[in-house]
Design a protein around this ligand. Structure first.
Ligand SMILES: Cc1cc2nc3c(=O)[nH]c(=O)nc-3n(C[C@H](O)[C@H](O)[C@H](O)COP(=O)(O)OP(=O)(O)OC[C@H]3O[C@@H](n4cnc5c(N)ncnc54)[C@H](O)[C@@H]3O)c2cc1C
Length: 338
């Protein structure tokens, strides 16, 4: 496709916007691409996330088939990077994990990835005692983790080296971009609520505690959204909470106390680890995740937002679909000019 004259904007520099940028630059080598955003790297929700590849079983695209395709394609996108010498620079690591429950067998299963990841199996009696007494159900699985504190700068570097432009700017409406761009990708996460007046997009507030624990090499999950996920730099993420429709961006001391109590019960040795940061993020929750084209005020827009608690792992699958939709829109643009 002749993309020389195409001017494309991506609104949003979180994991979704940056992944769209990476795929666009690969597929439309000559296009003139800009990322417009009012927050970058550490100030995005993407950098609050631990970034583990483990979708909630309620994660939903428009159909079951599309959901599965997004998850599978995301997995293979990350695998292509993890196999290279760039994996660490890109913030990627392989990770084994235990998930335990005292109450519910189903939380230890995950039909969306059980056949995709290298290992997903029930635990044996000895493994059930790894995190103290009382655990009735458990699974062991191997997966990956994407640390956005490294992934976002890694994409940004290659994006600008390949001619991409980055602009710090808040966009209040699509019409303001009409004269400058042929196509706009809307990757604004929770920002889409105001930009699109989208009542289906709801914040799912999360809070995490980052602790220094270099000896920890595996992830552990317990009941009530309790998790401990190690990172590349010896800093683990402890969580969490999921507060529906809460816009509170401040750290809540009661949430901190509850998270620490649950994580210390799961892994008592964590009591000795230093707390290095506490973070809050509003997950952009929407059912289904919105990946679709729309013409707004004469501007060709492809939406890609609403990934909830699974946007890091699933950004590539959704971005691939969004880029395909954008290319189709550009082609129809070219035809309409003939
Ligand atoms: C505590 C917590 C734990 C999580 N754990 C995981 C996990 O383990 N695995 C996983 O896959 N996911 C996880 N998530 C979910 C994940 O973080 C989100 O789904 C993902 O970050 C969404 O990415 P995004 O790019 O859509 O949004 P964001 O990262 O919020 O980026 C949005 C971008 O849009 C820009 N923007 C918004 N509005 C405008 C505007 N009007 N004008 C200009 N720019 C605008 C912002 O500045 C920003 O650059 C977690 C989230 C939280 C809070």
């Amino acid at each position: 496709m002749d993309d020389k004259s195409s001017k494309i904007a991506i609104i949003g520099a979180g994991v979704v916007g940056m992944t769209v940028a990476k795929i666009l630059q690969r597929d439309l080598r000559n296009a003139n691409i800009s990322i417009l955003a009012d927050a970058f790297t550490q100030d995005t929700v993407s950098c609050v996330a631990a970034g583990i590849f483990r979708p909630g079983t309620s994660f939903r695209g428009p159909t079951k088939e599309v959901t599965k395709k997004w998850i599978d394609e995301s997995w293979y996108f990350w695998q292509d990077i993890i196999k290279t010498s760039e994996a660490q620079n890109a913030g990627l690591m392989t990770l084994s994990s235990y998930i335990f429950s005292k109450e519910n067998y189903h939380v230890t299963r995950n039909h969306l990835i059980e056949k995709l990841v290298p290992v997903y199996r029930p635990v044996d009696e000895d493994e059930l005692k790894l995190c103290g007494e009382g655990w009735k159900y458990g699974s062991y699985f191997s997966t990956i983790k994407i640390g956005c504190d490294k992934y976002l700068p890694w994409v940004e570097k290659s994006f600008t080296e390949n001619g991409g432009k980055i602009v710090r700017e808040r966009i209040d409406n699509f019409a303001s971009l009409r004269s400058e761009f042929d196509l706009v990708f809307n990757c604004t996460g929770m920002g889409a609520k105001a930009l699109c007046n989208d009542y289906d997009l709801v914040p799912l507030r999360g809070q995490v505690i980052k602790v220094r624990v270099p000896s920890l090499k595996m992830a552990f999950y317990g009941d009530y959204d309790t998790y401990v996920i190690p990172g590349l730099d010896g800093v683990a993420t402890l969580g969490g909470v999921r507060q529906y429709d809460s816009y509170n961006r401040e750290v809540c001391k009661h949430d901190t106390a509850a998270i620490l109590e649950r994580c210390y019960e799961l892994l008592p040795f964590l009591k000795k680890s230093e707390i290095v940061a506490e973070k809050v993020g509003l997950r952009p929750h929407r059912v289904p995740v919105r990946v679709e084209p729309e013409i707004i005020d004469g501007v060709k827009v492809v939406h890609c937002y609403g990934h909830g608690g699974y946007g890091v792992m699933c950004a590539p699958g959704t971005a691939l679909d969004a880029v395909q939709m954008g290319c189709d829109m550009l082609k129809s643009n070219i035809r309409s000019k003939i």
